[in-house]
Design a binder for this molecule. Structure first.
Ligand SMILES: [Zn+2]
Ligand SMILES: [Zn+2]
Length: 266
């Protein structure tokens, strides 16, 4: 792996390590580019353990921009956010993108809304929930706001068994991603959660999902989805799963200096 565009910071309250530690780990492991994409704040949401507060956004942006400057000779550092798709709130998201020169958004379809107790899509247990996930995933991809869709098979994380509905959701999601030209993210953090036993359910990345993605001609991005600096340091682990993705034979993608999606060339 020569880059990673999915990384978090301590601000989201479920990640750790300083931004500079992530950057140093990336340099040590030969990365050419490293993107921060912490969980975006939303106006009015305070104290969530899923995201930073709105009043932390400026510090996040300043920190990443300062590191970009400091390490400019060693690595390309990019400023992004991981963002849900809440149709009535996207105008605000575009405003802050413009205001702070945020370079890219990745689509983390975690929740349908910000209401307390709403479904976490990594905890789907019913067909209805996974079809809701599919519907919102497609609408988000249609918005054209996102460089790629993070963990597209998140709906399988805690789903009890892979059934016909899972297969249908996979097929429809992959067909939409292909026709909308949105790369699917192969999420190595998902493998970590399977390997350390913290996934109860089918889990992701799920082989059958990725076979379908390959059949449909989808493109893919590999990400560490780093929540701890150690996850960048474990380079052999990341490479093992990066190579597993490569074996599906899909067109791999990355982001260029302007954070435009381009073909991955080693
Ligand atoms: Zn997270
Ligand atoms: Zn993430």
């Amino acid at each position: 792996m020569i880059d990673n565009f999915h990384s978090h910071t301590w601000r989201c309250r479920h990640a750790s390590g300083t931004e500079e530690e992530y950057v140093q780990a990336a340099i040590q492991n030969g990365y050419r580019a490293f993107g921060f994409s912490d969980h975006t704040p939303w106006p009015g949401s305070v104290g969530s353990n899923a995201r930073m507060d709105e009043n932390q956004l400026e510090d996040y942006i300043d920190t990443v921009k300062n590191l970009r400057h400091k390490y400019t000779d060693k690595i390309r550092i990019h400023l992004g956010l991981e963002v849900e798709y809440f149709p009535d709130r996207m105008a605000w998201m575009l405003e802050i993108k413009e205001k702070y020169s945020i370079e890219y958004f990745i689509f983390g379809n975690h929740f349908p809304d910000l209401l307390p107790g709403s479904t976490y899509y990594g905890n789907c247990k019913t067909k209805q929930e996974i079809y809701e996930y599919l519907d919102l995933s497609i609408r988000g991809m249609e918005s054209g706001l996102f460089s790629f869709i993070a963990h597209p098979d998140l709906y399988l994380k805690q789903y009890p068994v892979y059934d016909k509905a899972c297969e249908d959701v996979a097929r429809q999601l992959c067909k939409a991603a292909k026709s909308l030209n949105v790369p699917l993210e192969y999420n190595i953090l998902g493998h970590r959660m399977i390997d350390n036993g913290s996934t109860v359910g089918v889990g992701y990345p799920y082989e059958r999902f990725w076979s379908i993605a390959a059949e449909e001609g989808c493109s893919a991005v590999a990400s560490v989805d780093a929540h701890q600096t150690q996850q960048i340091q474990e380079h052999d682990y990341n490479l093992r799963y990066f190579n597993k993705l490569r074996a599906y034979g899909m067109q791999l993608k990355t982001l260029d200096e302007q954070c435009k999606v381009i073909d991955y060339v080693k």
